[in-house]
Ligand binder design. Structure first.
Ligand code: ADP
Ligand code: MG
Length: 248
């Protein structure tokens, strides 16, 4: 059995009754970075929320490290497209929220949160409030909050799509750097994206979903050596392969 197994997930929102997810299955091995891509409205965020235990599937299961996910868990962290920071708390306090369920002294909590803020290049901004930060810096706080608890599974819902392309690019590089560090590395990472190039740049595996109701159109491995050059022939080839899957 793989480290993360998503098995035949079916889901419809109760009020509409329309099927959103139709038998979604895929798996991830330990240390794999998986992207889920698909058209807007196809059910990507819904699938990620099911994986986080925030909503319950109508049938099917998500099994992480041999354990079925039945509800929110402190070993799973989430990064939101719109950051979801609490504006009345300082950046440091926002990161400390990620440690809320950990048995730590206040000093330990503070030290751990500070270290993670520094890793995400936010030194000097710990006492500022999120609303004073640029979008890219807000998402750095969001990432720090998600990673500070050493999650087994990191789920990211379009983490770069609220950012301009230059900011997104630099943050993607930071994320890749931070994830290299064995100390912070989650055992599996699943990112939702609607950006094919971003998915090819970052992932080991890409799950391509169809329009709603979403089915898995294809699962592709990306074996291009890192750091990946978006202009290289093999990169373009992979991007084109995915475009043609969407066009099918
Ligand atoms: P994506 O993230 O791929 O854009 P979503 O998972 O957000 O798609 O939504 C999938 C479908 O479910 C959409 O058609 C959307 O309108 C519908 N939907 C999303 N959230 C809800 C909700 N809370 N109640 C009812 N329908 C919803
Ligand atoms: Mg979404």
């Amino acid at each position: 059995m793989a480290f993360l197994n998503v098995e035949k997930i079916n889901f419809a929102y109760p009020k509409s009754g329309l099927t959103v997810l139709d038998g979604i299955s895929f798996s991830a091995n330990e240390l794999e970075f998986v992207s889920i891509i698909g058209p807007s409205g196809c059910g990507k965020s819904t699938l990620l929320r099911i994986m986080a235990g925030l909503i319950k599937a109508d049938s099917g299961s998500v099994v992480l490290a041999g354990k079925k996910i039945n509800g929110p868990s402190s070993s799973i962290s989430f990064v939101f497209q719109d950051f979801a920071l609490l504006p009345w708390l300082s950046n440091l306090e926002n990161v400390k929220i990620g440690l809320a369920s950990k048995p730590m002294t206040e000093d330990e909590r503070e030290k751990t949160a500070l270290e993670m803020l520094y890793k995400l290049e936010l030194k000097g901004f710990e006492d500022a409030y999120p609303n004073l930060l640029s979008g890219g810096m807000k998402q750095r706080v969001g990432l720090a909050r998600a990673l500070v608890s050493n999650p087994i599974l990191l789920l990211m819902d379009e983490p770069f799509s609220s950012l301009d392309e230059l900011t997104a690019n630099s943050l993607r590089k930071t994320v890749v750097e931070v994830l290299k560090d064995k100390k912070t590395l989650p055992k599996a990472i699943v990112m939702v994206s609607h950006n094919i190039e971003e998915a090819v740049e970052m992932s080991d595996k890409i799950v391509v979903l169809s329009n709603k109701p979403a089915v898995v159109k294809k699962v592709l491995e990306v074996r291009i050596k890192r750091p990946r050059d978006r202009g290289s022939r093999e990169f373009r080839k992979k991007v084109n392969e995915i475009y043609s899957i969407f066009a099918e």
